[in-house]
Design a protein around this ligand. Structure first.
Ligand SMILES: Nc1nc2c([nH]c(=O)n2[C@@H]2O[C@H](COP(=O)(O)OP(=O)(O)OP(=O)(O)O)[C@@H](O)[C@H]2O)c(=O)[nH]1
Length: 139
């Protein structure tokens, strides 16, 4: 039997696997004070009203990392669907290999370029674990 809770919202978050020339993927550490602080995640954030998920990624990459990319540079790879305590997360994951600038942690967050097979060495949110095999297959 399912434990469906009608009051539990569905949260749409768009995330991006930024890939460098060596086939490494950028992960960023969630800053102190935020939910799931200290965990490593893919850059991204909540899809705001009126935005497409692709537009969210372009905006978040600029805000969080100071880099520029464009919607046609984003390719859908897979998605995460995870029941958190207070919300259900639906998170499309895009891949981006074409961007301008060098990523920096604009919000003070630490950044790491990692090979997908090494991602298990970094503690990530529970929603993210099923995404890793897709990146291993791709890269
Ligand atoms: N960006 C991102 N969020 C993730 C990942 N995995 C995952 O479970 N999440 C969850 O998705 C939600 C994203 O929220 P966020 O806090 O990053 O979004 P935001 O930047 O728009 O939030 P803000 O309101 O704090 O500015 C969080 O609950 C976060 O825990 C991931 O790999 N990347």
């Amino acid at each position: 039997m399912s434990d469906t809770n009608p009051a539990k919202p569905l949260l749409l978050v768009a995330a991006c696997a930024l890939v460098d020339a060596d086939g490494r993927v950028l992960i960023t550490e969630r800053p102190p004070g935020k939910q799931l602080a200290g965990l490593w995640e893919f850059p991204g954030g909540k899809v705001e009203t009126g935005e497409t998920p692709e537009e969210t990624v372009v905006r978040e990459l600029a805000e969080e990392l100071g880099i520029e990319t464009k919607v046609p540079c984003l390719a859908p790879l897979t998605f995460a669907s995870h029941a958190y305590e207070s919300f259900n997360l639906l998170m499309p994951l895009f891949v981006c290999r074409r961007f301008w600038g060098t990523p920096v942690g604009k919000e003070g967050q630490r950044l790491k370029w990692v090979r997908p097979r090494d991602m298990r060495n970094y503690e990530m949110p529970p929603a993210d674990a099923p995404l890793i095999p897709f990146l291993i297959d791709l890269l």
